[in-house]
Design a protein around this ligand. Structure first.
Ligand code: ADP
Ligand code: MG
Length: 285
């Protein structure tokens, strides 16, 4: 039978918008000394805005091509681009292929169109100016018929409680906080530094996130919580000791795979969950 104290703990968590899927996780979370987080949508709002456009073709045409192909994706980056192009009608798009961690490939007006990061363009042998990789914001590059057509920069902001969330995690005894992201390494490390995150890795494909987590888990005495929101995060959620998902804007897969769900998506609730676990333990034993 479950000790009464655990019901109190689960109730207290629930009152804080934290859903524990079992009392065992309330106990396990007290032992967590390592927290690994996804960046986009977890520490940042996951709502991008287009900031700047640099195109080789007329800007209207550039935006129209880009928005047309991105209309085929539900990625937060795609939503920002589609929202930016509110005036023009979209072009018909055929043979769409979404490459995880890279972007999109499709056909528009009989031309092969690519929209994504440098990795995607390199994969299809499209040469683009080095200036694009030097941007300090997330960039989406467009190529039409094998030719570089320009790029947009898009930005996402940290959640209001992100910095406090990291400070509090350190205060409750978490001695290693790591951020993993599919976004550019330069941006990932900039955000990590601003928020006080100990280590950060960018340019990761979903399978690279798994490799990173395996490495961390292999270190002695690590009890690892992972927090993410995306479909791509499901494998790492499953691999961690305590998998936590953002519940409001998170994907169904992430929410289902997680052991703990943070219903209002506030990263500061990770430390709250640990505190509730610790308080419950004092009552139970
Ligand atoms: P995250 O770790 O931030 O969830 P993702 O794996 O979703 O990252 O995406 C990693 C990178 O892949 C993005 O930063 C972007 O460069 C590129 N990308 C993914 N989907 C798209 C898309 N629909 N359009 C353009 N670029 C994309
Ligand atoms: Mg994500």
């Amino acid at each position: 039978s479950i000790p009464l104290g655990y019901f109190g703990g689960i109730g207290a968590a629930s009152a804080n918008g934290i859903l524990f899927k079992g009392s065992n996780y309330l106990d396990l979370i007290t032992k967590v000394n390592t927290v690994v987080l996804d960046k986009t949508g977890t520490l940042t709002q996951g709502v991008f805005k287009v900031k700047e456009i640099q195109s080789e073709i007329p800007e209207k045409e550039f935006v129209n091509y880009l928005a047309s192909i991105e209309s085929q994706s539900t990625h937060p980056i795609a939503k920002a681009i589609v929202a930016y192009n509110s005036v023009d009608t979209l072009l018909p798009v055929q043979n769409v292929k979404e490459v995880a961690g890279h972007g999109l490939k499709a056909e528009i007006n009989g031309n092969e169109v690519l929209a994504g990061n440098g990795k995607l363009l390199k994969q299809f042998g499209v040469i683009y100016p080095t200036e694009v990789d030097e941007q300090v914001e997330t960039t989406v590059i467009l190529a039409v018929a094998g030719k570089y057509a320009g790029f947009v920069t898009i930005a996402d902001e940290a959640k209001p409680d992100a910095k406090q969330a990291i400070t509090t995690l350190h205060a409750v005894g978490v001695n290693k906080i790591v951020m993993l992201s599919g976004d550019k390494t330069s941006i990932t490390q900039k955000v990590a530094k601003e928020l006080g995150v100990d280590e950060a890795y960018g340019d990761l494909l979903p399978e690279d996130k798994v490799t990173q987590l395996e490495k961390i888990k292999a270190e002695p005495n690590r009890v690892v919580a992972f927090i993410g929101d995306g479909i791509n995060d499901a494998p790492v959620l499953a691999l961690s000791d305590v998998g936590m998902a953002m519940g409001a804007l998170g994907s169904d897969v992430a929410i289902e795979t997680a052991d703990v769900v943070i219903q209002n998506d506030m990263p500061s609730k990770i430390a709250t969950a640990i505190k509730i676990g610790k308080a419950t333990k004092k009552i139970v034993y």
